[in-house]
Design a protein around this ligand. Structure first.
Ligand SMILES: C[S@@+](CC[C@H](N)C(=O)[O-])C[C@H]1O[C@@H](n2cnc3c(N)ncnc32)[C@H](O)[C@@H]1O
Length: 257
């Protein structure tokens, strides 16, 4: 299944807010964890052609361009996000496109970058093959995605607290147990972010993810489980505390052989 229609609509409707939140640094997960880790892994982009997959409102494309990339193409399935991206960064090429079926010419790019997008589709092998096709031989794909340990937890949201649990309780006096979360089984998860943003994504255990990557033809050249950066300790201490111990996202660096 490709990206859920409700999820695409949420991104379409939320486009302006998404950009504002990101640009004002209110998106803690991006500011204090994901972007620093992704940007620390960028290769030398001078003179290179780059595709940014799930580019959202274009901020990352702009960053990649300022690092010297010759050509940056941003693709995203959400029309609303691409409209904001085009208005914000008119010097960059943006296209509405599904990453499962990238229609750009084969062997076009030296580097593919994708931040927090893969988990919206079920078939990662198909998607990774679609990216593989447009890379030149030796080309690199750097992508971040949900860390399955965190995102397989049971979620209970409430007015006073949100609780995320992955584990179990074994009762000593009776032959019983309670299990919280489900790491081992691939499934679609329906969630609500920011109070009203309806979203669906796929959870997969690491064994499936590694299999999907290897089946796509890519070679794995690095794997990261980033912690929150030190800056968060003074500015958002609870975010820092949680993400010194609990992973949020993970990053793969892959190479086209
Ligand atoms: C969490 S946002 C990340 C956006 C941007 N990379 C950033 O970090 O700000 C996920 C993005 O993936 C896009 N997306 C979801 N499914 C997609 C698909 N099948 N093809 C292309 N883009 C997709 C969404 O529209 C959204 O822009």
């Amino acid at each position: 299944m490709s990206t859920d229609k409700k999820t695409i609509k949420s991104y379409d409707d939320y486009a302006k807010k998404w950009a504002d939140k990101l640009r004002s640094g209110q998106n803690l997960a991006h500011k204090y964890l994901e972007k620093p880790a992704m940007y620390s892994k960028l290769p030398d982009l001078k003179g290179k052609s780059v595709i940014c997959i799930g580019c959202g409102t274009g901020e990352e494309c702009e960053h990649l361009k300022t690092l010297g990339a010759d050509r940056v193409v941003g693709i995203d399935i959400s029309q609303g996000l691409i409209e904001v991206a085009k208005k914000s960064f008119p010097q960059i090429e943006f296209q509405i496109m599904d990453m499962e079926e990238i229609t750009l010419p084969e062997f076009s790019f030296d580097f593919a970058y994708s931040s927090l997008t893969l988990h919206y589709v079920e078939d990662w092998t198909k998607t990774l093959k679609s990216i593989y096709k447009v890379l030149k031989p030796g080309g690199v794909l750097l992508f971040s995605t949900h860390h399955p340990v965190k995102w397989s937890a049971d979620v209970k949201r409430g007015d006073e607290k949100d609780t995320f649990l992955l584990g179990y309780t074994k009762f000593k006096q009776k032959d019983d147990c309670e299990v919280y979360g489900d790491y081992l089984n691939t499934r679609k998860i329906n969630d609500v972010w920011f109070g009203d943003f309806e979203v669906s994504y796929y959870h997969k255990p690491l064994s499936s993810i590694f299999k999907n990557i290897l089946d796509s033809g890519f070679q794995i050249t690095d794997f990261l489980e980033p912690k929150a950066v030190e800056e968060a300790k003074t500015e958002k201490v609870n975010f820092w505390k949680i993400h010194q111990k609990i992973p949020l996202f993970m990053i793969f660096e892959l190479r086209k052989i």
